[in-house]
Design a binder for this molecule. Structure first.
Ligand code: 2RA
Length: 342
């Protein structure tokens, strides 16, 4: 018993993680296809002990699959997801193309699993932005306990969020600084090696960036439209793993000890919070992990009911591929799709 699955964008960093995670979580797969643009046709992708050859998106027959995990960028998703959905499979899309469409649920399984019941409207489900996923995975149980009023978040986002080109640029510039090669920025607007850049995605009219805007509107759609959110998103010279410094103001009292106990029990969250040198999490330590790690949980005495915390998560996993696979698991668990041999 299982599902027929296609991964579109299978050669990208997230597409490859999708393949790995399907295997790691033992997702019930009967048939698996790696699909990509024409230039990648024939490239070999591993799926467990098997090797798949990439098939052409233009000619792939989507009627033979139940689930499409799509990580091929916004333009490809805009051109293909709706067409594929009309053929029958459910598309779980990692781009920003459909996130704010009212007929497309935007899901973090630990936060708003019931939104999966709206999956059939367009047969598209959107995966939220990486920085929103880790923030809300941590904040949802605290919101349930004391109702969040306002969030002030600053992100420290790894270059993996900008794809392979971002990772290559950090590597090349780092080598160039020691005398080998060219350190001219290509993917990023300024040098990223030994630097930080307070700019991710395009600028909006109000001076914020689209990455910052996403954290606001996605929080409203996924968790609660009444929460005030203000964000500053920053690219840092870390290969994989996004971190966030979050200040939260609540409607009712929530002490740091209570918050720590709630977070210890929360799904998808791990607490590392010893008040001593090294007793906190850093992004390099979360690479390959499923959980979002929380540290530095402490009261904010400047407001009646406030907390500060730090979190870090593998942005290619919980921030992208893992969350998408967890949505596929949710479709299965809730019976929104039925496995082929059932
Ligand atoms: C980034 N948010 O880190 C993007 C990836 N989804 O640039």
């Amino acid at each position: 018993m299982g599902y027929r699955v296609a991964v579109v964008g299978a050669t990208g960093a997230v597409g490859r993680e999708m393949m790995t995670i399907l295997e790691e979580v033992n997702f019930p797969v009967t048939d698996i296809y790696a699909v990509a643009s024409r230039k990648s046709v024939g490239i070999e992708i591993s799926f467990g002990t098997k090797t798949l050859k990439c098939l052409d998106l233009e000619t792939f027959d989507f009627t033979k699959v139940d689930i499409v995990l799509m990580s091929a960028g916004g333009d490809v998703s805009k051109a293909w997801s709706e067409k594929i959905g009309k053929l029958g499979p459910i598309v779980i899309d990692n781009s920003s193309a459909w996130r704010m469409d009212p007929d497309v649920p935007l899901i973090i399984p630990e936060v708003n699993p019931d939104a999966v019941w709206h999956a059939k409207k367009k047969n598209i489900i959107a995966n939220p932005n990486c920085s929103t996923i880790q923030m809300l995975t941590v904040l949802k149980p605290l919101h349930d306990a004391a109702q969040i009023k306002r969030i002030v978040v600053s992100t420290y986002q790894s270059v993996a969020g900008a794809g392979k080109a971002g990772m290559d640029e950090l590597w090349d510039q780092t080598k160039a600084i020691y005398g080998m090669g060219d350190k001219t920025p290509k993917k990023f607007t300024k040098q990223i090696a030994f630097n930080v850049i307070p700019h991710i995605d395009v600028f909006m009219e109000d001076g914020s960036t689209k990455e910052e805007w996403k954290m606001v509107v996605e929080t409203h759609k996924i968790m609660d439209p009444t929460i005030e959110v203000t964000a500053t998103c920053v690219r840092v010279p870390v290969f994989v793993g996004h971190s966030e410094s979050i200040n939260v103001e609540f409607e009712s009292p929530l002490d740091e000890r209570e918050a720590r106990e709630i977070l210890r029990e929360a799904p998808g969250v791990a607490v590392v919070d010893k008040r001593e040198p090294g007793g906190y999490i850093t992004p390099i330590e979360v690479v390959g992990e499923f959980d979002t790690y929380v540290s530095r949980i402490r009261n904010d005495p400047t407001v009646p009911y406030g907390l500060n915390l730090w979190c870090a998560s593998d942005n290619l996993r919980k921030g992208a591929a893992l969350n998408a696979v967890q949505i596929a698991q949710l479709l299965d668990e809730r019976g929104v799709i039925v496995s082929v041999d059932a």
